[in-house]
Design a protein around this ligand. Structure first.
Ligand SMILES: Cc1cc2nc3c(=O)[nH]c(=O)nc-3n(C[C@H](O)[C@H](O)[C@H](O)COP(=O)(O)O)c2cc1C
Length: 187
């Protein structure tokens, strides 16, 4: 094993589209640096946004945001939202937008899963704002559900890898969690 420096090796990550109301209008940006802070109720999720981005001020002002899950078929639109800034471009015009319980967290009908969050806290890092949101509601299209559960094989999340700077596709399931390890028990 060779040291390669403090390289973040947690990729691939799902690519998301984060929605916010900025200057009174919906805006979306691509965000792969999403964190799951707990597994409980309420559920807290984090997003790390560079301070230069247009979206940050809107999240601070309205204290809401959304995390929308584009499938592979939205790769082009998602990438566009990661290239263009809302300072100059109306990216929301690409999508059919809807709102749920929070009237300033825009969500996307073309994304089969959408989550709306209320801002809980902001961590002020030197280059990034880390927005921590409390998950308020999740919206799912029937087409990605199996037995009332989100089915990733139907959702086909768009995976992002920083090392290759490529989008990747989800492969097949290879085993059951909390189960595969049982074969080593008692050895
Ligand atoms: C695949 C992908 C993932 C990205 N992930 C992040 C991220 O996690 N955090 C971030 O601050 N910017 C990320 N970006 C860059 C922003 O989406 C991009 O700078 C965007 O133009 C900012 O939009 P805004 O100025 O309208 O807020 C990503 C871009 C791409 C293409």
């Amino acid at each position: 094993m060779n040291p390669i420096g403090p390289v973040n090796a947690l990729y691939p990550m799902p690519t998301t589209l984060v929605g916010a109301t900025v200057n009174g209008k919906p805006n979306f940006l691509a965000v792969a640096h999403v964190g799951i802070l707990n597994h409980g109720t309420p559920q807290y999720l984090s997003i790390g946004l560079g301070k230069v981005h247009y979206s940050n001020a809107g999240i601070q002002e309205n204290r809401t945001f959304s995390i929308c899950m584009p499938s592979e078929d939205l790769m082009v639109e998602t990438d566009y939202c990661g290239i263009m800034t809302g300072k100059k471009t109306d990216k929301a015009a690409l999508f059919d937008i809807f709102y749920g319980e929070l009237d300033t967290a825009p969500m996307i009908r073309q994304c089969k899963i959408n989550m709306e969050l209320r801002l809980h806290d902001v961590l002020d890092f030197s280059t990034h704002d880390i927005f921590i949101g409390e998950l308020v509601q999740t919206y799912a299209d029937d087409s990605v559900m199996t037995d009332n559960t989100i089915d990733v094989s139907k959702l086909r999340p768009l995976l992002f890898d920083m090392a290759s700077k490529k989008y990747w596709s989800l492969g097949p399931s290879i085993g059951n969690c909390w189960n595969a390890g049982k074969s080593l028990k008692g050895k």
